[in-house]
Design a binder for this molecule. Sequence first.
Ligand code: MN
Ligand code: MG
Length: 657
Amino acid sequence: MSRLKGPAMSRRTFLSTTAGASLIALHPFSAHASAGQAHLRIMETTDLHVHVWPYDYYGDRAVDTVGLARTAAHIADIRAEASNSMLLDNGDLIQGNPMGDYIAYERGMKPGDMHPIIEAMNVVGFDAATIGNHEFNYGLEFLMNSTAGSNFPFVLANVATAQGAGPRDDTTLFQPYVILDRMVVDGSGNEHALKVGIIGFTPPQIMNWDRKHLEGNVEVRDIVATAEAFVPQMKEAGADIIIALSHSGIGPEEGEMLENASVPLAAVEGIDAIMTGHHHLVFPGPRYETTSAVDPEKGTLHGKPAVMGGFWGSHLGVIDLLLENEGGAWRVVSHESATRPISKRNEDRSITALVESQPEVLEATKDDHAETLAYVRRAVGKTAAPLHSYFALVADDPSVQIVSIAQKWYIEEMMKGTEHEGLPILSAAAPFKAGGRGGPEYYTDVPAGDVAIKNVADLYLYPNTVRAVRISGAEVKDWLERSAGMFNQVEPGTDGTALLNPAFPSYNFDVMDGVTYEIDLSQPSKYGPKGELENPDANRIKNLAYNGQPVTDDMEFVVATNNYRASGGGDFPGADGSTVIFEAPDTNRDVIVRYIVEQGTIQPSADANWTFAPLPDTSVVFETGPKAADYVDDLKSVDVTPAGDGADGFALFRLNL
Ligand code: MN
Ligand code: MG
């Protein structure tokens, strides 16, 4: 415990008397232990995704919102205030930021090597952890070499290298559970032995998400059925209380092979508390709906205490149990669930840190941090063409094309072996950084040549995850009609109309790759800037074709996109959430990094699959960043010429239609 004291501690104590104090006071554990009663505080980290340092490696800048080094400050506080505590991790440890990619793609994990997230966890001191779905992303050998470095046990009950007749006969990849012997101090200061059973689960969907690593090597079981088999065995083995490490979200109340199984898992008799995760949300908290089984205010599932500590170290989850010993058997008599954030967002959207990094965690991983910085700053691939978005709203564009290509590459793999295999796969992507309210410098601009990991953040601004939807040809057309609301209507034969509708954000200008089409600006937009149906009979999308054949209303397509769009963001036809057929665990950004690393040199040449329909003797003007002048001669598919200065530092260009 001495490692948790020192100069950093007093600094943090100072902080917690100001901003942090109210947060900690929000959830006092009000019950007081008497003789024969003991408090046990169970702390959870989840979905750390290699976030040890408070650093955004894509942005190459320090941030206050992430990092186990920060979460560890809350852990130190709790250890100082609670006589009985345990610290558990809920998985998704070794993948999910450039430090993880650096270890996997560059430095490697040989037997005996130490993974930085495991090193950091060893310093903080964990009692046990489970395995998240992302642990399988780099293959089984990488996973086993990484976890071998821990000085705490990993448990995982529903993944087996060989399945028997039932879960208890399986040869599991990790031990299914542990029973830890701990001493607890009761209300009168007497010590008692307590056997704490800890069992872990991961989503069975790993077999689909990481098929290339797992098929033929492991098999999976339903989370709830596995729990029902093992929990009685843990009781027989003497577990006084049982904690489930559920790397699985808070979802449906029932179902087979659920990805998010924490609700029915909580109903399994014998489980006393559930650590949840995978959703990257906070529980208790307002993002979950109240149901007969879920109390998002109290933090219970089927009346049992549950917690989800955000992601990337953003929060520490805390479950307080008041245990009572009756004739040698312990039972939970009351409980509270809470989370402690490491930062808070102020009204002006600025961020205030609520804790300081624990220096010993940073110290233990400082070489890994330095090597990761060098990695994100150096070339990992090459691009044959410059990747910029200066003309992304007037022509098919390489910076959007590369996102589409990587999404399609990924979804093609994920559709293999599913009922959707063989359907045409399209890919939708929009220019995120394209001026507008962001100003005249707010454009993607990666020159031809070397591509570094930190450039990928420039190509894909948001931490979205990949989705696939299955929609009709009619919906594909309406999706593009919705996008075409980007443009003002143009009277044929006129000059100088402003092309871009300033009320329409560029991130809603989805370009769909895999089909060819023209946008006829002489027609009014079918949809308004928020997706409202304004002109039901209008048709701006002309000559929509797939493989040279007209797209008919009843054709079927799979469209690769992101979670924002697929779940209704921007109110696009065919994308209201009901058409989703695949929810990827991977971010679009990670998929782009993987694509670049695997391809070496990328060829993001735009194929001009969309153009404006020709309007003779007609020109329009549009604003873009002044640096666009450097690239205007590269434009092949459109006739664009400089037209002087625009407003507020933008440059004006003329487009002959
Ligand atoms: Mn995760
Ligand atoms: Mg294209």
